[in-house]
Structures are given as structure tokens and as C-alpha cells.
Write a protein that binds this ligand. Structure first.
Ligand SMILES: O=C(O)CCC(=O)C(=O)O
Length: 277
């Protein structure tokens, strides 16, 4: 018996590589998370920078709690089983009326993970509409391995400005609009991307990358992941500690190490490296 998804949603995920929308958080929980994010930004005097954008669950208790939110883990468990690690959490923020976009890409090829079972859960903390640049996917693309160009385009939010080499216009694409608290789930091989934000509000998403505990990292000797459910009999990743409070010094120190390893992985073999990541 599935715990959170219907059989039809699980079939849709297996067939198309994604399922959406899933009610991950209440609107109040999503609003509370946005308030905490924006309080942190106000404190820093700037929008969330690259330093705090990735592996954010290591730094902020409220991100750690969303990552471990039971209804969300139930949905992930329906797709990959009961022993679950979360490899990364990352904020995807597009400011109102800006040109930032996410090029069409498949993540599998850049994360060094040795299987294609990883599920990305993207939770909306503000309205993600076609107007504000919600994500779109190519149904069935999780069964293909596609080539990428690395454009390093300034407005492309991906590390290397990845863009699929295919003519996306000739393929069926499906937009995944979400209201605050709703989430989409997509397979690590599913081709996805998103356009600029033409709305007057920020488009804020938190993406979390869950994988079964048997997954191993192929591009680095050391990597970390949070054990969010079940048991890890493999020990391929150092288990990430939970922050005691936001930006606690030991949490910041572990984050620096984990973010350094992540940086090495995502830039493995790259021709340019963004020193600010
Ligand atoms: O936020 C977006 O538009 C893209 C996010 C993304 O690429 C991901 O979550 O894997």
C-alpha cells in the first residue's frame, strides 16, 4: 500500500518521470518558511547568496525540518523505498521581472551518483506559475540520456549554463505550475527547465534531492547526505548533522566542508569554475 501517492501518481512517475502537484506543506507552513528565508535575507542585507543557497539544511533548522517533513518523505518512500538519504537542498529564486532562467537539462550527468533512482522534490514557497517561470518537463525523457552544451550564460542559474542539445521546441513539454506549499517530484534523469519571472512577486522554490541508501558517489572520495528515514547499511556518505540553531558555528563548519565537496562534484571536468559558488 502506498503511503502518500496514489497508484495512478506512482504509475505517472514511472511512465513520465514526474508527478505534480503534491500537497507537501500547508499554505501557512510555506508562508512561515518564506518569512524565515526573508528574515535571513534582511539580516544579511541581500538576497540569498550562493554561500547559503545549497546544502541549506545544514545551516537552517527550518530547512532541515522541511527536508524531514513526514508527508513529503511518505511520497518519496512510495517511489524509492524506506531507506532514504537527502543529498542536497537548494533554493531556486527568481526575482520579480528578471531574466534568470534554468536551461533545459538532466541532472544525472552532473551529480556523480551511481544510479538513476534519485527523486527531486521541488516545493513552492511563492506562486510558481507560467508567468513567474515555473518548471517544465519533457515527459518520458527519464528513459533517455541526452547531450548538453555548457553555455555559461549569465542568466542561466545552472552552474555551467547547461542546455540540452536537442530541439526542445519539437518535443512535448509539460508545465508544472505550483501554489505555495505544493510540490512536484521528478526523476534525476527527467529533462526540465524554466523561463524568466515576468510576475511582480519573487518565484521561490526549495528543491530537495532524495536517494536510496545504496547510492554511491563516483566523483569524490568524500561526500555527505542526511539520513532522513530508515537505516543506512551501506555508509557511502557521511551522515550530515542537524543544525542546533540557524547558522550555529559547528553547522557552518560542516556546511563549508560539504559545500566544498559539492562544488568539486558539480564542476568535475568543467572548463570554467564559478569561484562564488
Ligand atoms: O527552479 C527551477 O526552475 C529549476 C530547478 C531544478 O533544476 C531542479 O530542482 O532540479
Amino acid at each position: 500500500m502506498p503511503k502518500a501517492l496514489t497508484e495512478a501518481q506512482i504509475d505517472c512517475y514511472r511512465e513520465n518521470g514526474f508527478v505534480t502537484p503534491f500537497h507537501a506543506l500547508t499554505t501557512d507552513e510555506a508562508a512561515a518558511a518564506r518569512t524565515k528565508l526573508e528574515a535571513h535575507e534582511a539580516h544579511m542585507g541581500s538576497t540569498l547568496g550562493p554561500l547559503h543557497r545549497s546544502k541549506s539544511h545544514l545551516l537552517f533548522t527550518w530547512v532541515d525540518e522541511i527536508m524531514r517533513h513526514s508527508p513529503l518523505l511518505d511520497a518519496v518512500e512510495d517511489l524509492i523505498g524506506p531507506n532514504i538519504l537527502c543529498w542536497n537542498t537548494i533554493f531556486w529564486i527568481k526575482e520579480p521581472r528578471t531574466e534568470s532562467y534554468v536551461g533545459w537539462h538532466q541532472d544525472l550527468q552532473y551529480w556523480g551518483l551511481d544510479n538513476d533512482e534519485l527523486v527531486s522534490v521541488w516545493v513552492a514557497l511563492s506562486p510558481a506559475t507560467e508567468d513567474s517561470g515555473c518548471m517544465s518537463v519533457i515527459p518520458g525523457s527519464h528513459r533517455e540520456l541526452l547531450d548538453h552544451d555548457e553555455t555559461y550564460h549569465a542568466n542561466n542559474l545552472l552552474t555551467r549554463g547547461q542546455e540540452l542539445k536537442i530541439d526542445v521546441g519539437s518535443r512535448e513539454t509539460v508545465a508544472m505550475p505550483l501554489q505555495p506549499g505544493e510540490a512536484s517530484l521528478h526523476n534525476v534523469r527527467a529533462a526540465h527547465g524554466s523561463g524568466p519571472n515576468r510576475s511582480d512577486d519573487r518565484r521561490i522554490g526549495l528543491s530537495m534531492h532524495y536517494m536510496p541508501t545504496h547510492t554511491a558517489q563516483t566523483l569524490a572520495d568524500w561526500d555527505s547526505a542526511a539520513l532522513v528515514r530508515g537505516f543506512d547499511e551501506y555508509g557511502h556518505f557521511e551522515h550530515a548533522p542537524r543544525p542546533e540553531y540557524d547558522l550555529a558555528p559547528d553547522a557552518v563548519a560542516f556546511h563549508a566542508r560539504a559545500a566544498g565537496a559539492l562544488r568539486e562534484i558539480v564542476y568535475h571536468g568543467a572548463r570554467q569554475i564559478d569561484p562564488t559558488l
